[in-house]
Design a protein around this ligand. Structure first.
Ligand code: AHM
Ligand code: MG
Length: 327
């Protein structure tokens, strides 16, 4: 007889939660756990810097430099440095790809994992005190460890992610992640310096009445997207668009809704990046009972041909995404 698992209570610290659930992972080693802890740690540093965003300008205006004597850097660049350093130091990762970096970053050849990251998403919101986020995906390498990494290690389908998550720097800071066994959300308790479990086993409502899209671009959408938007209005849906994908996604995750970034005239393949933004959120959405497509294909089945490939993106409550697809 299998022993029943004791439910992990709200308030459990992230480190303990990761440790308690380590055996769910088929390659039962502490490497993936360590990567998740490294990401969490780097996000705390980024969170501190995000909270000082306004002051950086003031210090910049005063001509000040940071303690290392460097000029203050833009937050997205800084976040990229923080995550890269954190993920490089433990040796678990063999490569890192980032929205901020043209090519991949070669790390430890003995490492078993490839990380894809958008270190600070929602760039237009960074300077205006609106929620922003970090998005990450973790893959297991395909080639033999010890060898230099190859293209097949990096250009993997989203369905091969072993973990994915996001950090939302909002009215509170949260880390939400999955390892393919449901989705759990942790809120940052800044006085303790700890993420604590606040949203166990998150489920996205199957239906909803919120739609999130940059409707200012409506003239450049396809007729089918325009008809879907008419459908939303005809049903008195609420329009909510922050312009920070993580924040829009997180709200829809809790309240039910759909996020859409379709093809436009300016971006005929959509704006969002398959490997840094869409795959991770698609994995989380599916794990929470939601759905993610490019309009016809499941996002997680798309085989990337290019590191910075873009895709149209429709993600959210299952019934809403299916309705949008029917247009
Ligand atoms: P970024 O990676 O340059 O920050 O762009 C991604 C962001 C998403 O967070 C957001 O949903 C979208 O771009 C908003 O785009 P737009 O301003 O075209 O509506
Ligand atoms: Mg981005």
């Amino acid at each position: 007889m299998e022993a029943s698992r004791i439910a992990i209570p709200i308030g459990t610290a992230l480190d303990r939660f990761i440790k308690n659930n380590q055996d769910q992972f088929q390659y039962a080693s502490g490497e993936l756990s360590q990567l998740l802890r490294d990401i969490a740690l780097a996000s705390k540093v980024v969170n501190r810097e995000v909270n000082k965003a306004g002051l950086i300008d003031i210090m910049g205006a005063m001509g000040s430099q940071n303690s290392g004597g460097e000029q203050q850097q833009k937050l997205d660049v800084l976040a990229n440095i923080r995550f890269t350093r954190a993920l490089a130091k433990g040796g678990e990762a063999c490569a890192l790809i980032s929205e901020e970096t043209e090519s991949y970053v070669d790390l430890n050849n003995d490492g078993n994992y490839v990380i894809a990251i958008d270190p600070l998403d929602g760039s237009s919101n960074i300077d205006v005190n609106v929620s922003i986020g970090t998005i990450f995906s973790i893959y297991r390498r395909k080639s033999k460890e010890g060898m230099p990494i190859q293209e097949l290690d990096i250009l993997q389908r989203g369905a091969e992610q072993v973990a994915a998550g996001y950090i939302l720097y909002g009215s509170s800071t949260m880390m939400v992640y999955t390892t393919g066994h449901g989705v759990n959300g942790f809120t940052y308790e800044s006085t303790l310096g700890e993420y604590v479990l606040s949203h166990p086993d998150m489920k996205m409502p199957i239906d909803g009445n919120i739609y999130s899209i940059n409707e200012g671009l409506a003239n450049t959408f396809s007729p089918s997207i325009k008809s879907y938007l008419e459908f939303c209005k005809g049903n008195n849906y609420s329009a909510r668009y922050i312009g920070s994908l993580v924040a829009d996604f997180h709200r829809n995750m809790l309240k039910g809704g759909i996020y859409l970034y379709p093809a436009t005239i300016k971006n005929p393949s959509g704006k969002l990046r398959l490997m840094y933004e869409c795959n991770a959120l698609a994995f989380i959405a599916e794990q929470a009972g939601g759905k993610a497509t490019d309009g016809t294909n499941r996002i997680l089945e798309i085989l990337p041909r290019d590191l910075h490939q873009r895709t149209p993106f429709f993600v959210g409550s299952k019934n809403m995404v299916e309705k949008a697809e029917s247009f």
